[in-house]
Design a protein around this ligand. Structure first.
Ligand SMILES: [Zn+2]
Ligand SMILES: [Zn+2]
Length: 181
């Protein structure tokens, strides 16, 4: 493991949230979709199942996506802003089956606030480790998904939306077309 488990988890969850909008369409169209996302990414704590909650989660995404395209100083501004706005106060906690990890806002804080703070805490780790180059955009030309390259040799090029397979198929077709008489 490259980073603390909650850092890696936070980075992956943040990329997944960013990728709910973009070239692949809107993946959080309604409250039910947010419920599914909440469950799929192991979120616990306050969850209101309301349109207002959905809106605030959706509104957070452009700010988080920006991080994947920004230089270090701007990333630091965004991260500090997210922590400041939430009144973040890091505390080590243990709940459910998870080992001790950091929470910086209470579990009954709004979902979008907790998502913002989890992202900011994980990104703060990445900044301090000088590892921002791990934040990458999918190499597939038709995909704007973001990814976090947590591989040892920094070899990850594609997001999880089967872009690696799509790229392989495209390359295969191109090779076949080129060798056709
Ligand atoms: Zn937790
Ligand atoms: Zn992709």
């Amino acid at each position: 493991m490259l980073f603390a488990h909650d850092t890696e988890y936070g980075l992956i969850a943040t990329a997944a949230l960013v990728n709910t909008t973009g070239d692949h369409g809107e993946a959080l169209p309604d409250v039910a979709a947010l419920d599914a996302f909440f469950a799929a990414h192991g979120w616990t704590g306050r969850h209101e199942h309301t349109d207002a909650e959905l809106r605030s989660v959706r509104d957070l995404r452009p700010r988080l996506r920006r991080i994947w395209h920004a230089e270090t100083d701007e990333i630091v501004d965004i991260v500090n802003g997210l922590l400041r706005e939430a009144g973040a106060l890091p505390q080590l906690v243990r709940h459910d089956d998870e080992p001790y990890h950091l929470h910086a806002v209470p579990r009954d804080a709004p979902l979008a606030t907790r998502m913002a703070v989890e992202a900011a805490m994980a990104l703060a780790d990445l900044v301090r480790s000088g590892e921002l180059s791990r934040l990458r955009v999918c190499d597939h030309p038709d995909c704007d998904n973001v990814l976090v390259d947590l591989s040892k040799n920094r070899s990850r090029r594609y997001c999880d939306a089967s872009c690696g397979n799509r790229a392989a198929v495209t390359a295969y077709r191109a090779r076949r077309a080129a060798t056709r008489p």
